[in-house]
Write a protein of this length. Structure first.
Length: 613
């Protein structure tokens, strides 16, 4: 019995020894695998002591920082960061060591050996290694410099005019709102707003070309800035329209004197495109004493005063007068006409094709609303859409467009089954997206027409989205769950929080036509468009360019990787019959329609004028 017990103990000891050896071999294999993965990882990695010193760095991190691994070892990781970022890292490391969090992620600026700034996304967690003699951390470091630069360019776009580098309308409105709030707190803090419009700008564009027009705008912007106080804000609102916010006024005469001084310096000749050009500006002025509530009201009255100055003979300035509100009466009359137009057939839709740029394949139409007034003729949407929004008519108007456009798309699919892949884009207002019933109405309409939700894309402008972000987000989520596409229109002309762009359920971004028109103006304009396209690619969003008018613009967009586009180079907005004929021609030519391979389609679809009777 004793012998058997002794043998059992020996056997047990041998078994334990074998298991221990097996465990050691497993640990060694695991350590080799980790060491291999660590060394050859595509991203920067480092083992870091709890006091922040680098214990070991891999090749990718060495390359990222421009230093040998030996130069990194033993150094505090914070030494390779810009000062304020090093402090931010230390704060987060302290939280991990106190076990307040298990891990954290930060975006930081590293300093390359040559001094270059590198943006990185750093993820930190405890390194769980049984063989380690003391606790340590593991850093994973991704290079995000390209993304951060693109974001920086887009944020600059959001607040600055790309041509003159002045503040844009969004930035001007922000500062004007601050001036209004400051005056509400202290009524003695008076300000004035001046609205400038150049009297012969269209002639410069028409006679010398848009390049000369751009050169003119850059030079007059510089002149204006040189003759205002440092505290005054100058903005380009669009086209040849500029605004000046001048604060801390002691009297209205200061603004009048500034207007007279500007008119004098703006009358001096400019060298444009090898010629000497003389021009003048009409200036409208309004004052805070009127008691404004919103920036829109201030700009409205300054604009009215500017038109009054033009009416006086141009090269004049005019102060806002309450009598100018006679135009409001005209607006009321137009509002009544619009209500009637919804019922009398004066409203029509035209359809602009959207193409896949690389192949020229027709993928969709955008439904555009036109109003043929019986007395005034065609009224610009820029006139009646804001009127509809102000008067509460935008919801029935949107409902009318949605029903008509989708019904027409269904009819085309029925007539041309080969073209059943073609979708429809239409604009929706911020009020639509803020309505709790909007998604339900869209769902009911699609179900009634037996139309696939993915064929419909609803567009909302960037500014309208940001104005009603909280209310719109829920509706957008419902629409995406339904399967409807969502697109941000006029992208780049407003200010979008980039964090929202990555979380909102949008499918596509539409590059505003103003950027496309200036695509060959200078390298910066190309970089702006490239930034939008790169951002769309990084977020997995489709990018559509608007307003393509020249072959050079089209080729540049294709080179930059823009997937889709629309514009008069490809096809002008088409009447219902013209669009139907285009679809018929494409269906007859091929099951996979390519415009270049379809002569009949070319005759129907490209550069067609639109006559609305």
């Amino acid at each position: 019995a004793a012998e058997r017990e002794r043998a059992a103990r020996v056997e047990a000891a041998e078994r334990e020894a074998a298991q221990a050896a097996q465990h050691v071999r497993a640990l060694e294999r695991s350590e080799r695998r980790f060491h291999s993965a660590f060394t050859h990882a595509a991203i920067g990695m480092a083992l870091v002591a709890t006091d922040g010193r680098v214990l070991q760095a891999n090749r990718a991190l060495s390359a990222l920082l421009g230093r040998d691994a030996s130069a990194l070892a033993g150094q505090p990781f914070g030494d390779f960061l810009f000062g304020e970022d090093a402090g931010l890292l230390d704060e987060q490391l302290a939280r991990v060591l106190r076990r307040e969090v298990e891990a954290f992620s930060l975006e930081l600026r590293c300093r390359h050996l040559n001094g270059r700034e590198i943006w990185v996304s750093l993820h930190c967690a405890f390194f769980d290694d049984a063989a380690a003699t003391e606790p340590c951390l593991i850093f994973q470091v991704h290079d995000i410099t390209a993304r951060r630069r693109a974001e920086g360019r887009l944020q600059h776009i959001a607040y600055h005019d790309s041509l003159t580098n002045l503040a844009n309308r969004s930035r001007f409105n922000e500062c004007l709102l601050q001036a209004l709030e400051a005056q509400r707190e202290d009524p003695a803090r008076h300000f004035a707003v001046m609205y400038l419009d150049f009297d012969r700008f269209k002639l410069i564009n028409d006679s010398l070309g848009h390049g000369a027009g751009d050169e003119f705008l850059v030079k007059v912007a510089r002149r204006i800035q040189e003759h205002v106080r440092p505290s005054d804000m100058v903005a380009r609102l669009g086209g040849d329209e500029f605004a000046i916010l001048t604060t801390h006024l002691t009297s209205t005469q200061h603004a009048v004197a500034l207007a007279e001084r500007l008119q004098e310096v703006l009358r001096k000749p400019l060298a444009i495109a090898g010629r000497e050009i003389t021009t003048s500006a009409s200036i409208g002025i309004t004052f805070s004493e009127i008691g404004y509530r919103t920036p829109e009201e201030v700009l409205r009255d300054a604009d009215l005063a500017m038109y009054e100055a033009k009416a006086k003979g141009k090269a004049q300035h005019a102060l806002f007068d309450g009598s100018l509100h006679r135009q409001a009466t005209e607006q009321l009359s137009l509002e009544g006409d619009l209500r009637r137009a919804l019922e009398t057939g004066e409203l029509v839709l035209v359809y602009q094709p959207i193409y896949q740029l690389a192949t020229r394949r027709l993928v969709s139409f955008e439904a555009l609303l036109r109003w043929n007034h019986p007395e005034r003729g065609l009224i610009d949407p820029a006139v009646f859409i804001p009127l509809a929004e102000e008067s509460g008519l935008i919801e029935p108007l949107s409902r009318w467009v949605l029903e008509r456009a989708c019904a027409q798309l269904h009819a085309w699919h029925t007539q041309h089954p080969r073209m059943a892949h073609v979708g429809m884009h239409m604009n929706a207002s911020s009020k639509d997206f803020a309505s709790m019933r909007f998604a339900q109405r869209v769902s009911e309409m699609l179900e009634r027409l037996e139309l696939r939700p993915s064929l419909l894309t609803l567009e909302i402008t960037e500014n309208a989205l940001m104005e009603r972000m909280d209310a719109a987000a829920a509706t957008m989520a419902q629409l995406r769950e339904l399967g409807v596409g969502l697109s941000i229109d006029d992208f780049g002309t407003g200010y979008s929080s980039l964090s929202y762009l990555s979380t909102l359920p949008i499918n596509s971004l539409k590059i505003d036509r103003s950027f496309v028109h200036r695509l060959h103006g200078n390298a910066e304009n190309s970089e702006i468009v490239r930034a939008v396209i790169d951002l769309g690619a990084s977020l997995g969003k489709q990018v559509i360019a608007e307003g393509i008018e020249t072959d050079a613009q089209l080729q540049r967009l294709v080179q930059l990787g823009c997937g889709h586009g629309q514009g008069i180079l490809l096809a002008e907005p088409l009447t219902t019959n013209q669009a139907g004929a285009l679809l018929a021609a494409l269906a007859a030519e091929s099951a996979t329609p390519f415009v270049e391979a379809a002569p009949a389609a070319l005759a129907v679809g490209l550069r067609q004028p639109v006559h609305i009777h």
